[in-house]
Design a protein around this ligand. Structure first.
Ligand code: ADP
Ligand code: MG
Length: 226
């Protein structure tokens, strides 16, 4: 479970990026975080993957609490949370195989295990034929699938996606969205920030709407706070 308890985040003195936010996200659920640019979506996600710390309140992700987590344990949290970004963040001078292998090499995974894991994940995403290509040779949608593969090989219990379809054409976006749904069906918690409201219009999933760092509606609560 993920818990935000009275979380306030200020990057600058005079402005609250998040203002006293309290909510929980159930293990295994799919949640959209929506809201205009600057409403605090990325800040919520950064708190979940331990990139930043709240100024007030706390964030609890599985057994880890921020603030409070010792610095030398932060990497354990980051390992458990898969993250994908709008701009993919692949290493341009490395092949698809090398991009995915990198995150496993740094944790000391044996080479044979790495090879097997990468074969399996690329097959499941129908990307095996791209394994020795470089990111620039792939479409936006394919690059995003590689970044999903890179997150999945670490077997995260939660996958956080920050505007994952922002640099992908409509067809690729639909595929990315379907892949995220499949990942969720297999038991992984998925949290996706987006400002593309088409995805969330008729969704059965939970939608948390932010405006200026506050929750203005939350479909789980079946009510609007306005
Ligand atoms: N590193 C930063 N330094 C200063 N202000 C920031 C920083 N990151 C975000 N902000 C501010 O915090 C608010 C929320 O930003 P963000 O979480 O990125 O929103 P969103 O992802 O919804 O566009 C915005 O007002 C933004 O300008
Ligand atoms: Mg953002």
């Amino acid at each position: 479970m993920i818990e935000f308890n009275q979380v306030t985040k200020t990057y600058r003195k005079d402005w609250k990026a998040l203002d006293d936010l309290t909510f929980t996200i159930d293990q295994g659920s799919y949640t959209f975080i929506v809201g205009p640019s600057g409403s605090g979506k990325s800040t919520v996600l950064k708190l979940i993957y331990g990139a930043i710390s709240p100024n007030k309140g706390y964030v609890q992700v599985s057994g880890f609490r921020i603030p409070g987590i010792p610095k030398n344990q932060l990497h354990l949290l980051r390992r458990k949370v898969g993250v994908i970004f709008q701009d993919f963040r692949l290493m341009e001078d490395r092949t698809i195989y090398e991009n995915i292998a990198f995150v496993l090499l740094v944790t000391g995974t044996p080479r044979k295990t790495i090879k097997d894991k990468i074969s399996t994940v690329l097959a499941s995403l129908r990307l095996t034929h791209k394994i020795h290509q470089y990111p620039y040779q792939l479409s936006g949608g394919e690059q995003q699938k590689v970044s999903i593969a890179r997150a999945l090989v670490r077997e995260p219990f939660v996958l956080v996606a920050d505007e994952p379809t922002g640099n992908v054409d409509p067809e690729g976006s639909a595929e990315i969205f379907q892949i995220l749904k499949d990942i969720n069906s297999s038991g992984t918690t998925v949290i996706m920030a987006t400002h593309e409201l088409d995805y969330v219009k008729n969704t059965p999933f939970r939608v948390i709407s932010l405006t200026q760092g506050k929750i203005v509606s939350d479909t789980k609560e079946k009510r609007c706070i306005q």
